[in-house]
Design a protein around this ligand. Structure first.
Ligand code: ADP
Ligand code: MG
Length: 356
């Protein structure tokens, strides 16, 4: 399949209320032409509502939605030329694979030979060449999702929307399909908006991620920016594992566990701050404190061998429990349950977050 032209999507002030509840709350989002953007958020945060609004199946109360500069808020779904893949596949069980994929082209009244050619091409694209005459019931979950994908791209849409398309698949297949979907996006080049509640899936697949909570965009950024510099406690908590320790501001210092923290330059000091501790950023200090590091002392509560890494839980003096992830068992004479340890955190990894 050839590379399709893509379109940017400009969303401004989109609001949607159901009864008294806000599903979308003044959403502003600029989706770049040809990018793979993921809407990531917990269940009920408004991801599907936003996607359905882009597709045209949900009418917002107010706001603007533009495809490449053209307002489409009043354009019906079939005229928006948007490809869509749902979690439930939504295939027609009584039609064979080829007829399912041909459906959008049949609707558009394309000539028969053109339809056959495009269907074959779409089947090749999703690596199901030769499966045209199979019945839907004869396919595995992964194959069904590929048919749904072929149907979504067969009319060469400039925008592709996917709502949790892999959530019904088991872990191995899901991870395989993540790479495949991303590959396909890179080959076809259409602007893609992808919905998931799985933060690892979002980190793996996306150019950029919009973290959604309660109908609002909490942060928009590339995977590394979101993980390393979360805008608030919600984002820090939702992406990756973290423990949060309360911080007190005393004069020009942030104090945690009775000790002033070494912080990256230009860290704002706010009274409601928490220190974000990621398990893999903590390391065991065996030769005493090192310069430019913050230290935390406690005793080992649990050691969990997880194959590719070891997770150690440490109880601090005030009974707070923090976690450290390391590759293999750390080499230290006191590294056993109940043993005393001192952990170090680099200044650049000492990130403060607030509730908003
Ligand atoms: P997500 O896809 O992130 O799980 P949704 O967009 O489906 O979230 O839902 C956002 C909020 O809007 C939820 O509180 C949900 O209950 C509500 N909602 C969604 N669709 C409808 C509807 N058709 N009628 C009433 N409430 C709805
Ligand atoms: Mg949803």
């Amino acid at each position: 399949m050839t590379t399709t032209a893509s379109l940017p999507i400009t969303i401004s002030g989109l609001t949607k209320t159901y009864g008294g509840a806000r599903a979308l709350d003044h959403v502003d989002l600029e989706i770049r032409s040809g990018e793979f953007l993921t809407l990531l958020g917990p269940s009920g945060s408004g991801k599907t509502t936003l996607l359905m609004t882009i597709a045209g199946f949900t009418r917002p109360d107010s706001g603007s939605l533009k495809f490449g500069g053209t307002e489409v808020i009043c354009t019906p779904p079939h005229k928006r030329e948007v490809g869509m893949v749902f979690q439930s596949y939504a295939l027609f069980p009584h039609m064979d694979v080829a007829a399912n994929i041909a459906f959008p082209l049949t609707l558009r009244r394309l000539p028969k030979d053109e339809i056959a050619r495009r269907v074959d091409q779409a089947l090749e694209t999703v690596q199901l060449g030769g499966y045209g005459q199979r019945g839907i019931a004869q396919l595995s979950g992964g194959q069904r999702q590929r048919v749904a994908l072929a149907r979504a791209i067969v009319f060469e849409p400039r925008i592709l929307l996917m709502d949790e398309p892999l959530s019904a698949l088991d872990k191995k297949l899901r991870e395989h399909m993540q790479i495949e979907l991303r590959h396909l996006h890179d080959k076809l080049g259409m602007t893609t908006v992808y919905v998931t509640h799985d933060q690892r899936e979002a980190l793996t697949m996306s150019d950029r991620i919009a973290v959604i909570n309660q109908g609002r965009v909490m942060q928009l950024g590339d995977p590394e920016a979101l993980y390393e510099r979360p805008a608030n406690k919600f984002v820090a908590d939702f992406i990756g594992d973290s423990t949060f320790l309360p911080v007190e501001i005393s004069g020009s210092q942030a104090v945690c566990h009775g000790r002033p923290l070494e912080l990256p330059a230009d860290t704002p000091l706010r009274a409601d701050s928490f220190l974000m501790l990621r398990p893999e950023k903590l390391r065991l200090l065996t030769d005493g404190p090192a310069a430019g590091m913050n230290t935390f002392s406690g005793t080992i509560k649990r050691i969990v061998y997880q194959g590719d890494s070891v997770l150690t839980q440490i109880t601090l003096s005030d009974e707070q429990v923090i976690s450290m992830r390391s590759v293999g068992h750390p080499e230290s004479a006191t590294f056993r349950i109940g043993g005393p340890v001192t952990l170090g955190l680099r200044r650049d990894d000492t990130i403060l977050v607030c509730d908003d």
